[in-house]
Design a protein around this ligand. Sequence first.
Ligand code: ACO
Length: 428
Amino acid sequence: MSELAKIELDGKVYEFPVVVGTENEKAIDISKLRDTTGYITLDTGYKNTGATKSSITFLDGEEGILHYRGYSIEELAEKATFLEVAYLLLNGELPTQSELDSFGSSIKKHTLVHEDMKRFFEAYPAKAHPMGVLSSMICSLSTFYPESLDPHRSKEMKELTMHRLLAKMPTLAAWAYKNSIRHPFMYPNNDYDYCSNFLHMMYAMPTEEYKVDPVVAAALNKLLILHADHEQNCSTSTVRIVGSSQANLYATISAGISALWGPLHGGANQEVIEMLEQIHNDGGDVDKWVAKAKDKEDPFRLMGFGHRVYKNFDPRAKIIKKACDDVLEKMGINDPMLAIAKRLEQVALEDEYFKARNLYPNVDFYSGIIYKAIGIPTEMFTVMFAIGRLPGWISQWKEMTENKEPIGRPRQIYTGYTSRSFVEITKR
Ligand code: ACO
């Protein structure tokens, strides 16, 4: 007999099934709660709400575990390529060599964007934030592929759209950067792998050859894998909600990019490096900034600290911290920001305020230092996150559509005025 949860309301006991996941996570299935009791649940920020059942990513915030399709993030970051991970997330299994080859060539086939899209870039001011440009450009792809407006038209069309997105994202992201510095756009070079091609489009110039540094390409590969999925976070939930209305995939992913932009989510990586620079320029007094973060009268927070689900450590932060040391050493860079970051981490981890609230460095704390070392401009940090997260967003959307999930539509508890009569303007 499976477990049942009992809820007593107005003297009556109602029973609800308990759902158990493959990693023994438990949930009370309240999908019939309103129909049977007239009550809804209230959970602002969805801190206790499971919005779906998913077989893509498992994470255990207490133990600091993160798995994609059952494979540990540590192993994937060490041994896989980003495209392999993208295939794994999308299809549920690691690809064989021939599956990877055919996936890779399909992606390469679609790396170019329509020439007319170049003209869109010209209209943006040079100071435009690349996240604003990227989310608009991704949505604009829908105008070039009207045949994909119906996301369920055919299996083949669905796959083509997913591949087009994966292929064009690095091109559009690199062009957003080139446009911001008013440099000529570089076309994709399909001799390169996914990460190297992005670096080529970011840094090559028509006048000179650009050699991709394998250390940089390897670091980028690792960073993208670490960001590739993270179950029902803010941007992924946005993707699932927007997609649930059966909006096309380009519009849906564009919404995810916008959600990611916020400083409490993916935008934190830009904020972290700006914070470290601020502390450095202020004389490097880490204790002073830790005190500010603890002061409830002061709006300052330690960016890159804290996480909604990781309450012990963020396994991605551990991997990134090591990668950060490796990259800086291999590239012979001595960045004072790294010293400040390490000191900040040490002070905060020993501080009662941070200990009591389980605040640990998250994935964004060290990623900015690597991005800086490999020459990515600060405003592009969140764009890098978006490139990494894209296969996760697409996989979650694919799963949702395959499961035929209903349109996302939460309820509310109304706290406004009860019914009242209209008052003529002269009498207000
Ligand atoms: N610095 C100082 N205090 C903090 C911080 C921080 N970075 N984060 C949380 N706190 C404090 C809060 O003030 C609160 O204290 P209180 O209980 O005394 O009121 C307590 O810790 C709990 O914080 P909440 O904001 O309620 O936690 P929540 O789970 O809602 O938020 C979040 C998580 C948004 C990540 C938060 O920790 C934060 O703002 N961190 C900084 C931004 C950041 O790094 N975001 C990236 C997250 S990772 C990602 O999205 C990829």
